[in-house]
Design a protein around this ligand. Structure first.
Ligand SMILES: Cc1cc2nc3c(=O)[nH]c(=O)nc-3n(C[C@H](O)[C@H](O)[C@H](O)COP(=O)(O)OP(=O)(O)OC[C@H]3O[C@@H](n4cnc5c(N)ncnc54)[C@H](O)[C@@H]3O)c2cc1C
Length: 440
């Protein structure tokens, strides 16, 4: 099926754009659709998301590390979009039917009143699907059941609570082996997420937790398990060496490279040679895959075999349906200048969300749609105070300039003024006052 596109202005009905997901791609698609120049009475936007906020995922480590409160890295959707032609619906999209142009979704029943869950459908003229990605365990037995992950705020809070709770439990323990098991933390995956998380948690261990539990701290440690020969290998040799040096210099951090996790148990991991590493807190950062959504007519979508990302044309719509766009981590977009897809990173998600919206607006106005192209602006990896490494616009930097770049990028990428001030204030206070080591 190759659908023809047309504007609906002739019918007198506003063109209805439905956007799925309130992450980087979804929110920026909505903002582009309703910004001042594009604001028109013949456009209606419905944003459906399973959470009522936008989460700045790139700062999520700051929550378990006690650096920022959860409210500093999320922004409520309802106060973000106040225009009359934008409607927000909290719900989980379950199925897209491209034939009758509808999306099916479930509203959340409150935990104590599950029967209030409703199954609803909304029809669209254009759809932007931007539901992001989730943790990929590569079929490792026990990982989905026992490992902690770090993709949303509930997971971040759960991780912080476990960290603190394990210290409290260890405080009541007399068995030294058990104390060690409780205070040994294992991070599976030495990519940017794994190393950043390790460094931030180690900082908390070495300061506030060491001060609060002086008799226990010698039992505590964090081990990174990486299958490759080096950490952050995809970022290049310069990053790998710098990050590995910084982590090696950190107290209570160890790195094991070239090791494969065979399975995860409630009390630790088992390597593929049968060796065990005991830990009651294994955190999985080793992979991500696109979140899945059903298509009523599966033949309109082609997914990448391993990542489950949906193949789209360079204009970001499905090859077989020009009304359905996919953006962000969920989309497999081939670069037009190289034989590879755009990576699953925030800057690409933001730009793809905006680009999908621009192409929808172009289509509505009868103009030509453009191919997506975005040059990587760089990468920043922060592994502690003064230990930030960045490559921005091709310029490599470390130390203070990189730390300033790291924090500025976050502050510039947040939409609300409140978040910016909260984050700046909290970072400032952390320089002089102990961080929050209470459970969330
Ligand atoms: C710990 C961590 C650190 C990272 N650090 C960096 C970094 O430093 N730099 C960088 O560039 N990238 C980083 N990334 C990657 C970056 O966060 C992602 O590329 C980016 O979030 C993708 O944006 P998105 O809009 O596609 O998806 P998301 O931001 O994941 O948003 C998806 C949205 O869809 C919602 N949703 C999910 N399922 C449904 C459904 N069925 N129905 C309705 N709504 C749904 C979700 O609640 C969410 O609001 C990091 C990722 C992680 C996990």
């Amino acid at each position: 099926m190759n659908t023809e596109t047309h504007t609906d202005q002739s019918t007198g009905q506003p063109t209805h754009v439905v956007v799925l997901g309130s992450g980087y791609a979804g929110v920026h698609a909505c903002r582009k659709l309703i910004n001042k120049q594009n604001l028109s009475e013949d456009l209606k936007v419905t944003l459906i998301s399973d959470v009522d906020h936008m989460l700045y995922v790139t700062m999520i480590y700051e929550v378990p590390a006690g650096n920022l409160a959860p409210s500093s890295i999320r922004q409520p959707i309802r106060t973000m979009f106040t225009a009359d032609n934008v409607h927000f619906q909290k719900g989980t999209a379950t199925e897209i039917n491209t034939q009758n142009q509808t999306v099916h979704y479930k509203t959340d029943g409150r935990a104590e009143d599950l029967d209030s869950t409703q199954e609803l459908a909304v029809s669209y003229d254009y759809l932007v699907s931007a539901i992001g990605s989730e943790t990929e365990f590569f079929g490792t037995p026990g990982a989905a059941e026992h490992a902690y992950r770090l993709k949303d705020l509930n997971q971040a809070k759960r991780l912080k609570n476990t960290l603190i709770h394990n210290f409290e439990r260890a405080n009541l323990e007399t068995d030294k082996e058990k104390i060690k098991e409780l205070l040994s933390f294992v991070v599976v995956g030495g990519g940017p997420t794994g190393v950043t998380l390790t460094a931030k948690l180690a900082n908390l261990l070495n300061h506030e937790l060491a001060d609060s539990f002086p008799d226990l701290i010698d039992y505590a440690g964090i081990t990174i398990l990486e299958a490759k020969d080096t950490v952050v290998d995809r970022a290049g040799l310069w990053f790998s060496n710098k990050v590995a040096e910084s982590l090696a210099a950190m107290d209570r951090v160890s790195i094991q490279t070239g090791c494969c996790v065979d399975r995860v148990r409630p009390d630790g991991v088992v390597y593929n040679d049968g060796e065990e590493l005991r830990s009651e807190c294994v955190i999985w950062t080793a992979g991500v895959k696109a979140r899945e959504i059903d298509f009523a007519n599966e033949d309109v979508v082609k997914k990448h075999e391993h990542s489950q990302r949906i193949h789209v044309t360079p204009k970001l719509h499905l090859p077989e349906d020009q009304r359905v766009y996919v953006a962000g981590d969920q989309a497999w977009v081939e670069r037009i200048d190289a034989d590879q897809p755009y990576p699953m990173r925030a800057q690409f998600a933001v730009r793809q969300g905006q680009h999908a919206a621009e192409n929808i607006l172009a289509d509505i106005r009868g103009r030509g749609k453009q191919n997506f192209y975005w040059n990587d602006k760089g990468i920043v990896i922060s592994v502690g105070h003064g230990q930030t490494y960045a490559e921005v616009f091709g310029i490599k930097m470390s130390g203070l300039p990189a730390t300033i770049a790291y924090k500025s990028i976050y502050l510039m990428s947040t939409i609300g003024v409140r978040n910016k001030f909260r984050a700046m204030l909290e970072w400032f206070m952390n320089m002089f006052l102990p961080r929050d080591i209470s459970e969330l």
